[in-house]
Design a protein around this ligand. Structure first.
Ligand SMILES: Cc1ncc(COP(=O)(O)O)c(C=O)c1O
Length: 417
């Protein structure tokens, strides 16, 4: 069909599109697919109980339900929820946050679409600017959100080997260049896909670099503090007028509520609200309605700290042990799991590509995500890009156990051992 450049770009087959299709098919069919792909969070019974109770309370509470479903919120999102988030963050971190520093979006995925296209692309003076990822691998969902070509630029990491099996990525500050061609810097922390958590030192240094260049630092905090707190190391949270912090209710256990939360200076929030009005009139209100009390009472912090974090931390430990045991006998490395719910497996001498491995595994009913999708903006031909896969360990442990066994068998076949 003859469509515009916008139509061509946004509606062509993207990495995220194919991934969501595979994920959707596997989750909706009663198939025997072992689902280690996708980014679905676990269904944690204690957490789901809070959401069920919250909806039951809403139904019993006079006309609260009718109000919740029957009214549009303002373009920046549900006022009561935003006030509660601002107060929570003031109390928890002492940040000088007001309601005007917060806007909601229909999931944080669209927040990146909005923010990236505000800060990169063609400027009024006709200069072109890009989003810089100072460390790749980085989140697959960023890959296709740019509305102009050549939208991203990215950098290879420094790799630190902790021992023969465990490694960690660091930002290569020695080679990091920020100049007038960069419109904003972005990192996910914890990082999807690697489970990396950038150190406080790295974040401070990035924040100072961004400020010195008068561009924002976007921190994608979808798995971070204070909720859902899927972080297994001790870190400090930072925010200032030059940082755009993006949170989400998805990994807390509410992906279908599609609620993203952007924290930024008032000027940026005002722009995001205006984009919301154009694109969707207003963000949906059900996520805020279900969680406002949790946020007002601060229970969201204890729920995250005492239930969600230990749940995933335990899974991370078990999954790592299982993976190391199954992969014994072949050359592999695993990124230190410091957060998220993914293991990032690196097979440095893999004789086939990550895509071939993905296809072979799909034939055996195991879904993973091939690693090459996680290098947005990295043009360099780096073999590492085709030597990794991402596996999700958030689902039932039995599924992970069976899946990792098949992955190990398949890699052994490829290695011919
Ligand atoms: C790092 C990261 N950022 C953002 C998102 C988008 O999440 P949502 O749109 O559900 O808030 C995801 C989802 O998997 C993610 O992994």
């Amino acid at each position: 069909m003859n469509v515009s450049r916008f139509g061509q770009k946004i509606a062509s087959t993207s990495g995220i599109g194919r991934l969501m299709e595979d994920l959707g098919n596997a989750m909706s069919q009663s198939s025997n697919t072992l689902m280690l792909g996708g980014g679905n969070p676990a269904h944690i019974p204690e957490v789901q109980k809070y959401f069920r109770d919250s909806i039951e309370k809403l139904l019993r509470d006079g006309s609260a339900f009718e109000k919740a479903i029957g009214n549009y919120d303002p373009p920046s999102g549900n006022i009561e929820f935003i006030e509660a988030v601002a107060k929570l963050l003031q109390k928890e971190y002492g940040w000088n946050i007001k309601s005007k520093n917060i806007a909601l979006t229909n999931g944080s995925q669209i927040a990146f679409f909005i923010l990236f296209n505000i800060f990169a692309g063609t400027y009024k003076d006709k200069t072109e600017k890009k989003i810089l990822f100072p460390l790749t691998p980085e989140y697959i969902g960023y890959c296709d959100v740019g509305m102009t070509d050549d939208f991203f630029i990215a950098q290879k990491p420094v790799i630190e080997h902790e021992d023969e099996q465990i490694f960690k990525y660091h930002i290569d500050f020695e080679n990091l260049k920020i100049d007038k061609s960069i419109g904003a810097v972005c990192v996910s922390r914890p990082t999807n896909p690697s489970g990396n958590v950038l150190t406080d030192h790295e974040i401070d240094r990035l924040s100072r670099l961004a400020s010195a260049n008068n561009i924002p630092l976007i921190i994608d905090n979808a798995y971070g503090l204070p909720f859902p707190n899927i972080i297994f190391t001790e870190i400090k949270s930072i925010w200032n007028e030059n940082i755009i912090l993006c949170l989400s209710l998805s990994k807390l256990g509410l992906p279908s509520a599609r609620t993203g939360i952007i924290l930024a200076n008032e000027e940026i929030i005002d722009m995001v609200s205006k984009v919301n009005a154009v694109m969707s009139l207003a963000p949906g209100g059900m996520g805020p309605v279900i969680t406002t009390d949790l946020i007002k009472t601060g229970q969201i912090i204890s729920l995250s700290r005492n239930i969600i974090r230990p749940f995933y931390h335990n899974k991370a430990k078990i999954s790592l042990e299982l993976a190391i045991r199954e992969l014994n006998g072949i050359k592999f490395h695993i990124h230190k799991p410091q957060g998220t719910f993914f293991l990032w497996l690196w097979f440095p001498e893999l004789p086939i590509t990550d895509t071939r491995l993905y296809e072979n595994l799909k034939q055996k009913n195991v879904l993973v995500v091939p690693g090459n999708y996680f290098f947005p903006g990295l043009k360099e031909n780096w073999p590492h890009k085709n030597q990794c896969i991402r596996v999700n360990y958030s689902q039932d442990s039995a599924i992970f156990r069976k899946g990792i066994k098949i992955i190990a068998e398949e890699v052994k076949i490829a290695y011919n051992v």
